[in-house]
Design a protein around this ligand. Sequence first.
Ligand code: SF4
Ligand code: SF4
Length: 235
Amino acid sequence: MRQRIRKGILSFSALLFPILFMFLSPYVIIAAASTGIINGSAIIFAIFFVTSILSSRLFCGWLCPGGAIQDMAATANIRPWNGRVKNILKYLVWVIWFGFIIYLWIANRPLKADFFYMTEIDLHMTIMYFLVTTLIFILALVTGKRGMCHSLCWMASFMIIGEKLADFLHIPRFRLKAKSEACISCGRCNKQCPMSLNVQKMVKEGKLQSVECIACLECVDICPKKAISCGIKRA
Ligand code: SF4
Ligand code: SF4
């Protein structure tokens, strides 16, 4: 039941993507910063960072329209996409992208906030929308399960930094917990994980922690032995 609700919410967020995408755009934030404006996506990315201190990456697993589009593509390509190099790529993209934005903010002071900067629905925006959604879909088709989340997503790093900060400050946050003695090594969690994580290995090691985990709770719900639970806990 929980996964039906999650997938329903994700599908709804995909329906809302034409309205939401300018507020999650990696481009509009740059266009705004070049004119000394802190726009809607800058404010929303800051909210992602702050909320992830408590809620980890729940947004990615439950609300992200980009994630929903990738999950659609995964019905055609369920190949796992996970690995050190594949995961590091998104940090390189983020450092260059966000570094450039900070440079623009500094160069264009004084800054002013405009939440609705470049959010009008016009032809330019419609073309951008189709380009972005097509790119996300094709990328996931080519790479495999949630390839964009692993290798390209500009939003993931904000939440991963939030998670790391919570752990550093010993702030309890949403996380999974393993009961290794209950695991019968059936492998269902690995097969179900949309982020292609080796959940079974983490459960066996009694340490179910990965910054790539999007808190979708697929593994919690599929485990026949209830070896995985979740809640707000300290590291
Ligand atoms: S480890 Fe579990 S909660 Fe995390 S992404 Fe994989 S299936 Fe979802
Ligand atoms: S689904 Fe449960 S029992 Fe099966 S491998 Fe994963 S943790 Fe172990």
